[in-house]
Design a protein around this ligand. Sequence first.
Ligand code: ME8
Length: 522
Amino acid sequence: MSQPYTITTAISYPNGRPHIGHAYEVIATDAIARFQRMMGRDVFFQTGTDEHGLKMAQTARNRGIEPRELADEMSSYFKQMNDSLNISYDRFIRTSEPDHHRASQAIWRAMEANGDLYLGRYEGWYSVRDEAFYDEKEITDGEGGVKLSPQGTPVEWTVEESWFFRLSKYQDKLLNLYNSQPDFIRPESRRNEILRFVEGGLSDLSISRTSFDWGVKVPGADGHVMYVWVDALTNYITGCGYPDDAERMARYWAEGGDITHIIGKDIVRFHTVYWPAFLMSAKLPLPKQVFGHGFLLNRGEKMSKSVGNVADPMELAERFGVDQLRYFLLSEVTFGNDGSYSAEAIVQRSNSDLGNAFGNLAQRTLSFIAKNLEGRLPAINGHDAADTELFALIDKVVRSDMPGAMADLAPSVAIDAWLRAAFACNQYIDAQAPWSLRKTDPQRMETVLATLYIAIAQLAVAIQPVIPASATALLDHMGVPADKRSYGAIGDHWYSDLAESDFGLAAPKPLFPRLELTEADA
Ligand code: ME8
């Protein structure tokens, strides 16, 4: 059995409804999780909501409700979004769940047992929006005397009795980690940022609060709740069975385990400085990789509630289609860079790539088979050079380029390769012109159709992680059995085995109906 694979998204603050940035993160992570499952890996994929902290408490107070009510309401929208976007999570975790409180208290005790916690008094800058403490040297002056964090969010001076974590003790250990595991932080630009930050020296971290009580209780310290990031980061191991389920931990959170966190670029510091330090202190295994993806911008501009340009992913999915949205986000944005979305860009990409390049190809080929061969699979009557060339390309794309790119967390590179192969199929069909062969050389016509059938089905197999519902519908329609739908299954005999089963291939319904813009999109 191959090594298990653990992958997580960040857990979102349910202080409002999900936006397109949240959708982007789960879609990308879902594609990678689906890819790893297709490679035969035992995958654990977790996502969820981060429900404690001051931001949640304040939002609830402003609405005149309890934080728990706010969390229940908003968390359900996140879960719904995941379900409608076809996200194949294994667990949707809510940090208000009892097993998560147990895990957070257990990691706290383990850090305490290691001598890394002490009681003190915090005086410094805090940003509620980021739920983050900042050093004096990081603060700048904003308009009207407001002090700002490096993220541009307002900070307030906070004075409180607090537990501290000896983060300063971990500076060298963290630098060793980054040096010995250069891929621990990706992409490179984020790694450099963090290296500079840690090399600049680390202050101890305030990790409990006394001014409110919406959080995980600090064991043995009445009146203290944990700083929200301590419990938030712990969500990853709660889902892996910490602290009680040793067997599950050995499977999904083991020393040297294949564990990846997918998060946005704004929270890389928490995941690559605080989190590994907490884990080292608690003597727990570290993740293998933290990938900080870029931000999605609305037509190149930052989304903000006040500007009113925050896109609702559910509306986009309803209007353009779930797979169309998934395909757009994964193909348009190079993973790690920022990217822009707009209705025009979604429509354009969906129509050109999914509709014209791939959908029409499948439609033309399968309708032709249905009509001229009474739905039976075409026979192969010896290949010529054009067939062999197309097979070689499909084989390389499907068995090497795409899996290589997906394993490297580069979905847009995988999609580029896929699209190139679809273009090659279109050139092949035009050059071979099976419609002219019908009268002149029906045997050759069958070979051409068989070649196309194989190419299309294998491209559908390979694109499943990106557009699961459409790829599945096409494979169902083409009669490809479940055990032939993985990268590993593709190879010799793939078609000859298939051709032995009964077929009743009918003309398919269009997979990707043409999308239109409306005046409101201009
Ligand atoms: O940060 N484009 O929650 P969150 C792309 N609870 N990604 C974006 C984005 C955008 N415009 N805006 C936000 C939190 N994100 C914490 C995480 S993890 C232990 C705790 C990403 O709801 C963001 O970078 O503010 C993060 O990875 C995720 O959405 C949730 O953000």
